[in-house]
Ligand binder design. Structure first.
Ligand code: NAP
Ligand code: F7E
Length: 355
């Protein structure tokens, strides 16, 4: 039975990937970090032990900032695959904690790869690095593909650039089967509420049920290529099953602004947003009731913004036969439906749901 180690198990992608790997009959070591709180809500349905299909789930504790914890896990389980999904993944937050972000996202990747090398696992352990479309930053080409030059615009993106090149170097220098998945934004009902799509679907649903008055956002004119996380973990899996290691873009090729996302979500909830004012004074108002539903809040602006991202994933589609199943419409529907249920539950029970 193959063993897969997943770092970042408690995150959005970690939870979907673990489900996928268990469905493939793997022994899965889900790495969570030891901290003062346990953030296990996304994994609540996944119990440790042998599953019906013979797959096995094991939780292990490690931290990307702690080499010894990583080497202990690598040495103990000698995984056939490592999916490095752990990161300080919030771009806005990275401006406030740049050094911490570099420690986790850049050096953390180096620590894992060094661990594989030092333990002599170079020929047996395949490695997936969660690289990102944020590497393209101030985009030099439209759409962005594997050969597009990088131009990172945040401490997060700069840290991920280091991790990207470290992954390439360990592949070329030590012969490790190591791949970068350069993934464009992918969302789901399990997305953290600090990211814009979920902030919008969750906030709008709370407005609909009367738990919140207004949604406060930053730059609503930035544009993103948003896919569904379920499709993107399939792509990660395919990269490590291929016969040769390489780097791949995963993207939908379709792009929307945050403003469009807002209009679609609110219209699904029977509001009709009209825009009045400009700059930080701009407001999104419901045409029927005249109520202000969206306001601009400078606190959510970033010192550097990535205004435009749209990916070309033809390489992954032709080489890996990666075929996303979700459309943009089905992604929005999935998130809104889920958050309407969450908001109704919160209203009924007077509590806030964690995920
Ligand atoms: P996420 O929901 O923010 O999850 C991040 C995970 O990393 C959490 O499990 C977190 O654990 C863990 N983590 C943070 N610091 C750690 C540390 N020092 N040691 C060990 N674990 C640590 O992120 P995601 O959306 O699933 O994304 C997965 C990966 O893909 C990330 O590397 C992200 O940067 C990258 N990525 C994401 C996207 C996207 O659109 N989602 C696109 C491209 C690339 P706690 O629960 O304990 O905080
Ligand atoms: O922002 C704008 C914001 O935080 C998207 C991470 O998973 O994807 C993610 O990074 C856009 C930006 O995602 C708010 O300024 C406006 O232009 O949802 P986001 P991100 O920065 O693209 C990449 C691929 C990753 O790798 C990252 O790990 O939306 N925006 N108003 C806002 N964003 C947030 N978060 N909150 C607002 O109020």
């Amino acid at each position: 039975m193959k063993t897969s180690l997943v770092t970042g198990a408690t995150g959005q992608d970690g939870s979907y990937l673990i489900e996928k790997l268990l469905s493939e009959g793997r022994r899965v070591c889900a790495m969570t970090r030891r901290s003062s709180t346990f953030n296990m809500a996304r994994l609540s349905g996944l119990k440790e032990g042998v599953q019906n299909n013979g797959a096995e789930l094991i939780y292990c504790q490690g931290d990307l900032t702690d080499q010894s914890s990583l080497e202990e896990i690598l040495g103990k389980y000698e995984p056939d695959e490592v999916y490095n999904l752990a990161a300080q993944s919030d771009v806005h937050a990275s401006f406030g904690v740049p050094e911490f972000t570099a420690d986790v996202d850049a050096l953390g990747t180096l620590r894992l790869l060094e661990g594989i090398r030092r333990l002599g696992l170079e020929k047996t352990t395949r490695f997936y690095q969660a690289s990102t479309s944020e590497l393209f930053g101030a985009v030099r080409e439209k759409p962005q593909r594997e050969t597009t030059p990088f131009a990172p615009r945040s401490p997060y993106a700069v840290a991920k650039l280091y991790a990207y090149w470290t992954t390439v170097n360990y592949r070329e220098g030590y012969g490790i089967f190591a791949c970068n998945g350069i993934l464009f934004n992918h969302e789901s009902p399990r997305r953290g509420k600090n990211f814009v799509t979920r902030k919008i679907t969750y906030g709008a649903a709370r407005i609909r049920v009367g738990l919140q008055d207004v949604l406060r956002l930053g730059n609503i004119d930035s544009r993103r290529d948003w896919g569904h996380a379920e499709d993107y973990v399939e792509g990660m899996f395919l990269m490590l099953q291929h016969e040769t290691p390489d780097d791949y873009v995963l993207a939908t090729g379709e792009q929307h602004s945050v403003r469009e996302f807002l209009e679609i979500v609110f219209s699904r909830l029977d509001y009709e947003l009209v825009w009045r004012g400009s700059g930080v004074e701009e407001k999104g108002i419901d045409r029927k009731s005249g109520k202000t539903l969206v306001e601009i809040d400078e606190r959510f602006f970033r010192p550097n913004e990535v205004n435009y991202l749209c990916g070309d994933s033809s390489k992954a589609r032709s080489v890996l036969k990666w075929t996303p199943k979700h459309s943009f419409a089905s992604l929005v529907e999935d998130m809104v439906r889920h958050d309407l249920e969450v908001a109704a539950f919160e209203k009924k029970n007077g509590m806030v749901v964690e995920v």
